[in-house]
Structure formats: structure tokens, C-alpha cells
Ligand binder design. Sequence first.
Ligand code: SF4
Length: 361
Amino acid sequence: MADGSTPLAFSAAVEAATSPIWDKVKARVTPLEWRLQAPLIAAINDLKRQKNAVILAHNYMTPEIFHGVGDFVGDSLGLAREAARSDAAIIVQAGVLFMAETSKVLCPDKTVLIPDPLAGCSLAASITGADVRLIRQRHPGLPIVAYVNTTAEVKAEVDICCTSANAVQVVEQIAREWGVSRVVLLPDEFLARNVARQTDIGIVAWQGRCEVHERFDAADIAELRAAYPGADILAHPECPTEVLEASDFAGSTAAMTDYVMHRKPRQVVLITECSMADNVACDAPETEFIRPCNLCPHMKRISLENIYEALLHDRYEVTVDADIADRARLAVQRMIDLPPPAAPARYDLVKARHHVDVELI
Ligand code: SF4
């Protein structure tokens, strides 16, 4: 182990404790890998029980984390809701730092741990609280909506948060409440452009990008169509608009999962981070997943090893300044208090070709 202690061994007890997980992930994990992973999974699950801890695992975690140790799994919105409801003493965020900050903001009395404090995000790094204050000066009277992929410092400056699953709902709701026809939506330019095409509300956007989704383009989709003519192509709304337009469906990670589980396509391509397909594939063995892989280097900093070390040594604790946390909580809680959508939101690609009004700052 990283702390110099004896390596955990693959024993009969470990094999018995982890066999239901192995059944789920064995299409994605080799037997050799499993002999290394299973002891860590068993040890992590034991530590969780001993310490009254839960692990929130994002859709972009690798399958041995997502299916092996995640107590709550899903997208940012789902994890934020679970963080708020949890009565565990310790939350381990198997995700990136802004997610752990959100958990801390919602659960100030709990210990929130992140296995690697360097797990950042290109979107969250694209904007600061000072930037938001300048935007408010430039656009007095407009509500400001922040994607949850932002730091607590940024959330503290905005009026409400959103995720890709509820961004259209949030923009329309806050515009109604404020009696305005334009809303600032930051920091993801592509998400803002894609939301602007779903609504008559004008959008003021920031030029942040997700380094995973911005790399897809329409030529990628054309190549996939030529190579796999029968495959359904599903794109995440952090991708450029041309990618959504060339795809068969666009929606959040929750909407993509819902699409695969309910429609059961023979072949599918998920235009998003690589591990998402691996995780859904474990639950959808009848579907063949084509993988145009773009890995998130930040998400991939989280491993079974550093989750184990985090629980064992109670590290790395995430803290948020109390004043920032109080203000950020209002913005996140306003989002959480909205009625949950009846089904994960999909981005309407037909309507999307008719309306767009984005002002870039
Ligand atoms: S996938 Fe994109 S938005 Fe998500 S953490 Fe990685 S860089 Fe940030």
C-alpha cells in the first residue's frame, strides 16, 4: 500500500464478499485486475461500515469504483441530492473537487473527504467569484445561473445553480420569477448555446469549456455513422452544438442512462467521458457499446487505492469558508427545491435548429 503497510490479499473471504460485484463488472474487468481490486473493495466497504461513511460516485468513475464501492451513484444533481439527505458522518466524494465542495456546502456538519485534492475541472477553473461580480455589474437586473461544475466561491455569487439535467427548467423558472427575458448562464459556453436553443429565454454565456466534451466534433459523428450505421448516437450537452445536431439524442448522463435502459438499442455510442459507457454497459448486457473515448484526467485521479487511503487516514478533508458556504448553499438549495423532472430532460434536436440567442461575455 502507499503507506507502506501490508498489501491486501485476495482471500476466500474477499472473494465471497465481493462476488455479487464481480458478477456485475466482469465484462469490464479482467480476472487478473479483479484479484487486485477485490481486496480493496472489501476493505473499503468494511471501513465505510466502521466509520459510518458513504461514497458518492459520479458516472465518470471507473466500474470497480462505481459498482464496487459507490453507495450513491449518478450525475451531479443526483449526488447533490444524496449528499443533502445522507445521515452518514463521513462523505467520500468519488468525483472532482467542485463536487466535494458542493457536498460540504450542503452538509456543513459532516466530514467530506476527497481522495485526491488535485482532482480539478477545466470548467470550474474557467471562472472566479470576481468574474461573476463583474458580470453582475455588466448585466444589472439579470439573474445569474451557474452550472454545478463551479467552485463554491462562484456558487456564492450567483442566484441559482443548475445541472445539464435541469438547465432549461432552471433558466425558464428564474426568468419567470425575475420577470426578465434574458438570463446569464455560466460557465460552459456549449451548454449555454444548447440550452438557448431549447427556450425563448435569451442567454448570456461565458466562454468556459469542458476539456472532455469540447474535443468531439461533427466529423467524429460522421465517422461513427459510417462505421456503425445501426448505432444510436447519444451526446452530452457540454458538446458543441454541431455534435448534438449530428446525434440521435442529446441529454444529461442521467438521460443517456435512461435512454439505454428503456430503449435497449442493439448498438449505442455515448458521446461523453469513457467510463460512463463502461458503467451503463454493466447494467445493459444486451447492448453493444461503441467507445469513442475521451477520458477526463481529473476524474481519473480517483482510484480504489486513494479512496482506501482517504477512509483509512480521514484525508483529504474539504473545507469551505462559512460565509461562502452559506451563500453557495442558497444557490444550490434553490435548485434542489425545484420539483424533480418527471423524466431526465432531453434536448430537443428538432426544436434546436430554430432558435438561438447567445451573447458571449
Ligand atoms: S468531464 Fe469535463 S466538466 Fe466533468 S470534471 Fe472533467 S473537465 Fe470537468
